[in-house]
Design a protein around this ligand. Structure first.
Ligand SMILES: [Zn+2]
Length: 232
């Protein structure tokens, strides 16, 4: 079997790793490297990351959905916000929590020449986080900011929290040029935040109807133009 990963060195010291429909990111600084998410777990993501950079690699999960944490067992330490632990372990207790290391709002992954700051962005999941590289004006937001439909039903997900998160992100949007989502378009502009807020408003006011869909799971798709949400 070949490797399930497609690797692109998008910029020097910044790799995009695609596994099927999900994306991971590896960034290297002068001292350390940071791997954002571990994908579906279909291959040796650790071996791949270590073949790309010789720097010590820290690993962080944007959130605990299965397509972002599949390779977690390959690493001794996985940084995750503690608000996500229950969600992460509930569906698959066999994952274990031995390698979880808490990261909190404001924590900085200092790679030497690059820094990533943790921003807590609950909604899609209770302990979703974004990684904000303020100096380079880029934000890695997991599944919270994307043009493809965002899962918003089931345990731990909250539209109320998502709305507050979007307003929080709107406040820093002037410091962001590019958003890197885990699905869909590789890059989004910060305008997506406003688009998603408008979408939520349409849903709240009942001015958009959900359409029954079967795939990826039976639910209702709310297509609000710039933003799409999956709800029950
Ligand atoms: Zn995802």
């Amino acid at each position: 079997m070949g490797s399930p990963y497609k690797v692109t060195e998008f910029k020097k010291g910044f790799w995009i790793i695609e596994e099927d429909f999900v994306r991971m990111f590896l960034a290297e600084g002068s001292e350390d490297a940071l791997l954002i998410d571990t994908g579906l777990g279909g291959g040796d993501i650790r071996g791949l990351a270590e073949s790309l950079t010789a720097k010590p690699i820290s690993v962080v999960n944007t959130h605990g959905d299965g397509d972002h944490v599949g390779g977690n067992g390959q690493f001794e330490a996985i940084h995750m916000h503690p608000s996500e632990y229950d969600y992460y372990l509930f569906e698959r207790p066999e994952r274990g929590n031995e390698n979880l290391v808490p990261v909190w709002e404001g924590h900085i992954f200092d790679l030497g020449t690059r820094c990533f700051e943790v921003v807590l962005i609950p909604g899609h999941t209770p302990g979703s986080i974004a990684l904000f590289d303020r100096a380079n004006r880029v934000l890695f937001a997991g599944d919270t900011l994307q043009s493809t439909p965002i899962f918003m039903f089931g345990r731990g997900r909250s539209l109320i929290a998502l709305e507050q998160t979007l307003n929080k992100l709107l406040n820093i949007s002037g410091e962001i040029d590019t958003i890197y989502p885990s699905h869909g378009n590789l890059e989004e502009s910060p305008e997506i935040i406003t688009g998603m807020l408008e979408g939520l408003k349409l849903i709240k006011s009942g001015s958009v109807e959900g359409r029954d869909i079967e795939e990826p799971r039976p639910c209702k798709l709310y297509d609000c133009g710039g933003a799409k949400f999956l709800l029950k």
